[in-house]
Design a protein around this ligand. Structure first.
Ligand SMILES: NC(=O)c1ccc[n+]([C@@H]2O[C@H](COP(=O)([O-])OP(=O)(O)OC[C@H]3O[C@@H](n4cnc5c(N)ncnc54)[C@H](OP(=O)(O)O)[C@@H]3O)[C@@H](O)[C@H]2O)c1
Length: 290
């Protein structure tokens, strides 16, 4: 059985590999501060620990999903963000070079400035904030190492998880009868974490390298996404108020339209990247099956 090593196994995306592929692979997941079932404690900023643990397990495939993901926190804590997202990624790449493991690094739509939208993999990057800059530098730092690798860019991850994400937050607020203000002028390609994890596994299984947009197959703004959530989960959409992003004070600048073109991953893997209704209906089926 092939051996997979998932950094950020306690995070939203990293948590999906075990149940998607636990029967096909021997999977080790890691946590940093929040242990999950059978997870290994791991700090990607500790070079020696990273190299020792990865060398000991000698995985066929490493998914590097761990990151400091809070965009506004990264803006306020640039050194910490750099240490985790850039130096931590370099440590993972170094270890993979040593063990000969294939690596998929999970990156973001925020590497683009959002002036155009529906970006292709080789379009010019121009990160607007510090989080985005560190994630792009993570993409670049891997190139220094002799590692068979792919970069998987995702966008606004959602799915069932112990920590809230946009979808679970909207469901929660609407269920509690709370009014919510959602922006109409920020577009992305919301990505069901389960669907992205499956695409990442396919990249490994099909031995693909290079950059891939493993995101949702739809360009949509947050307000319309929220309406779809209300619709699929049969909640009151009248509680959702449309607002413009200028009415929110956010520390880090967000791209206006960082939607991603997913044709390449669909063509190369034969997979369908879900639009938001497909992703939300998947979540509803999972909920109903429990
Ligand atoms: N969330 C999004 O909307 C989004 C959008 C675009 C791209 N991405 C990218 O997708 C990937 C997955 O995001 P996510 O939302 O699933 O992440 P998440 O839920 O925020 O989880 C982050 C993970 O990173 C781990 N981590 C943080 N610092 C660490 C350190 N120093 N050493 C080891 N592990 C550390 C955390 O461990 P503990 O919790 O145990 O501390 C957690 O498992 C990230 O690379 C992110 O940049 C996310």
């Amino acid at each position: 059985m092939k051996n997979l090593f998932i950094t950020g196994g306690s995070g939203l995306l990293g948590s999906k590999f075990g149940y998607l592929a636990g029967d096909r692979y021997d999977i080790t997941v890691t946590h940093h501060k929040n242990p999950v079932q059978n997870s290994v404690s791991f700090d990607i900023t500790d070079e020696e620990d990273v190299i020792n643990k990865i060398s000991l397990l000698n995985p066929d495939f490493v998914v590097h999903s761990a990151a400091l993901t809070n965009v506004d926190y990264c803006e306020d804590h640039p050194d910490e963000a750099w240490n985790i997202n850039v130096n931590g990624t370099e440590n993972i790449a170094k270890a993979c070079e040593k063990t000969g493991s294939k690596l998929v690094y999970v990156s973001t739509d925020f590497v683009f400035d959002g002036e155009r939208g529906m970006y292709l993999e080789d379009d010019e990057t121009n990160p607007l904030g510090h989080y985005a800059l560190t994630k792009l530098k993570g993409e670049e730092v891997i190139q220094k190492y002799d590692v068979d690798h792919a970069v998987a860019r995702v966008s606004v991850l959602y799915g069932w998880h112990s920590c809230m994400n946009f979808v679970t937050w909207v469901i929660n607020e609407l269920k509690n009868g709370m009014e919510i203000n959602i922006v109409t002028d920020q577009y992305n390609s919301p990505t069901l974490a389960d669907n992205a994890a499956e695409a990442i596994l396919k990249l490994f299984e099909l031995d693909k390298t290079g950059v891939y947009h493993t995101a949702g197959g739809e360009r949509i703004n947050r307000f319309d996404f929220a309406l779809n959530i209300a619709d699929v989960f049969e909640l009151d959409s009248n509680l959702i108020n449309p607002v413009e992003s200028k009415s929110f004070v956010q520390k880090a600048k967000r791209p206006r339209d960082s939607s991603l073109n997913v044709e390449k991953v669909e063509k190369d893997t034969g997979m369908k990247m879900f639009d938001t209704v497909e992703g939300l209906e998947y979540m509803k089926r999972v909920m109903e099956s429990h």
